[in-house]
Design a binder for this molecule. Structure first.
Ligand code: ATR
Length: 273
């Protein structure tokens, strides 16, 4: 059967193998999908070994998405815009790199959560790999202006340059959050709460039509989403649906068929309330 793998460090708690196996089972596709714990220094060698052993497709998670971008022979437009790769497809001339995170997020927000993104004034917190992965897709989905705020201002500026949408995207200092006015969509793309940290955010960021989204799920999403609920958000959405949808996008690219995600999402949701 065809060989697929997830590369990351660590990969112990990842849901990706379970998600892809469930999709394959539902569609009667014969494949194997395993998780490979790969230290950054060993990533290139691990990918070579995987290809030699017949590997045809892969996913890439933290902290290897940028390294994957550098190792691909060619890139999809989304991967090039994000400068990071979460999906690999083996070709005759090497690995083709894609990034399905942004498409996965937009599909989760618009299809599952029935959120109309168009015209929403958006605040993006963070300018690392996760933020880069989703920002282009949000702009394409028709959000209004996007303000990028990051702890290190230079990184926010770099993301704004990369997005290349002057007039629509701007960076501001973290210290100025109090003075930014209000937003209709606030997205936490920082890793602050993944390391047990907190995010101190003013309630003044909340407009009457205010939705919060955390790209993390589980405990890592809890502090930011509780802040959003306390600020009277209409919806507080974690990254579990995005995880399932970015996987479905990758699955479709590998297997040519689109899995139905509703049942799997429901059972994962029951475990990650
Ligand atoms: P990821 O791939 O998850 O985006 P990353 O590229 O290391 O990981 O980016 C982490 C993001 O979380 C960055 O935006 C980082 O801010 P800096 O660029 O200033 O480092 C942000 N971040 C991490 N810890 C944070 C904290 N305690 N407060 C605010 N932002 C934090």
């Amino acid at each position: 059967s065809k060989q697929f793998a997830l590369f990351g460090h660590p990969v112990t708690h990842t849901l990706s193998p379970r998600i892809h196996r469930a999709f394959a089972r539902d569609l009667g596709i014969d494949m194997e999908y395993r998780a490979v714990d790969t230290a950054p220094d060993d990533f290139k060698a691990a990918l070579d070994r995987f290809a030699e052993a017949g590997g045809v497709g892969g996913n890439v998670t933290l902290p290897l998405k940028e390294a994957a971008f550098g190792l691909c022979a060619d890139l999809s437009p989304a991967a090039r815009r994000a400068q990071s790769v979460n999906t690999l497809i083996r070709t005759d001339h090497g690995w083709h790199g894609e990034n399905t995170d942004g498409a996965g997020l937009v599909r989760d927000l618009t299809d599952r959560h029935r959120l109309d993104l168009r015209g929403r004034r958006t605040l993006l917190l963070g300018a690392g790999g996760a933020a880069r992965g989703v920002a282009p897709a949000l702009l394409e989905a028709g959000i209004d202006k996007m303000v990028v705020v990051n702890r290190s201002a230079e990184r926010a500026d770099r993301l704004v340059d990369l997005l290349d949408a002057p007039g629509r995207v701007a960076s501001r200092y973290w210290e100025d959050l109090e003075a930014l006015g209000d937003f209709e969509l606030v997205i936490n793309a920082t890793s602050a709460t993944r390391h047990g940290g907190a995010l101190k955010l003013p309630f003044g960021l909340a407009s009457p039509r205010f939705v919060v989204v955390d790209l993390n799920y589980g405990e890592a999403a809890a502090p930011f989403l509780s802040w959003g609920r306390a600020a009277k958000a209409e919806a507080a959405i974690d990254g579990l649906g995005m995880l399932v949808e970015q996987a479905a996008e990758a699955f479709q690219r590998w297997h040519g068929r689109r899995p139905d995600t509703d049942d799997l999402y429901a059972s994962l949701r029951a475990e990650h309330a």
